[in-house]
Design a protein around this ligand. Structure first.
Ligand code: SF4
Ligand code: SF4
Length: 184
């Protein structure tokens, strides 16, 4: 019969030697390999109790930024949505009222802002396109979920905590990357 490839290996069917029939040397050899791994550096970690440090260029879940006075940075210009190759961002703009200057930094703001995390490819183009430092990608994963709808993140879910009312959570949400950037 003509073979399709020349890779076929002819199996030898030699009778087993006495040592092979004992199986013990092969078992001991296997155990020695297992034992030698006990002293090597582990490749795994106890996630989620332990976490690996992220790369400085890691791009995680999006955060909508506020300034130090707690005002939303986003001016609903739409540049992030235009830059997004996955068309994952939608928003609705609204005019700031005279009594809302403590809520929004600019005259226009995003009344609605949504990101569909199932579409997002975490490319970071929205972050780069934003002229207002209003959106950045944190070091947090998008958590797993059971419904498609729960992966559409609303503005309320994306907004960073207010530094005036919750300074600690605001600093945590800013993340290590911000601290590292300032240091460099
Ligand atoms: S990270 Fe990329 S794909 Fe995701 S929302 Fe931003 S621009 Fe779109
Ligand atoms: S996040 Fe930035 S780019 Fe996107 S609408 Fe707001 S201000 Fe414009």
């Amino acid at each position: 019969m003509e073979l399709l490839t020349k890779r076929a290996k002819v199996l030898e069917q030699k009778p087993m030697s006495f040592m092979e029939k004992l199986y013990l040397p092969a078992i001991l050899k296997g155990m020695a390999i297992t034992f030698s791994h006990m002293f090597k550096k582990k490749a795994t970690i106890h996630y989620p109790e332990e976490k690996r440090p992220f790369s400085p260029v890691f791009r995680g879940l999006h955060v909508l930024n506020r300034d130090e006075e707690g005002r939303e940075n986003c001016t609903a210009c739409g540049l992030c949505a235009v830059a997004c190759p996955a068309e994952a961002i939608t928003m609705e703009a609204a005019e700031r009222q005279s009594n809302e200057t403590n809520l929004y930094r600019e005259e226009k703001y995003a009344a609605k802002y949504e990101i569909n995390m199932l579409r997002c490819i975490f490319c970071g183009l929205c972050e780069e396109a934003c002229p207002k430092d209003a959106i950045y990608m944190s070091e947090t994963f998008a958590p797993s979920n059971f419904t498609r709808k729960s992966f559409i993140y609303s503005k309320e879910e994306l907004l960073i905590p207010n530094p005036i009312t919750d300074r600690e959570k605001f600093d945590i949400a800013k993340g290590l990357r911000e601290v590292q950037t300032k240091k460099n």
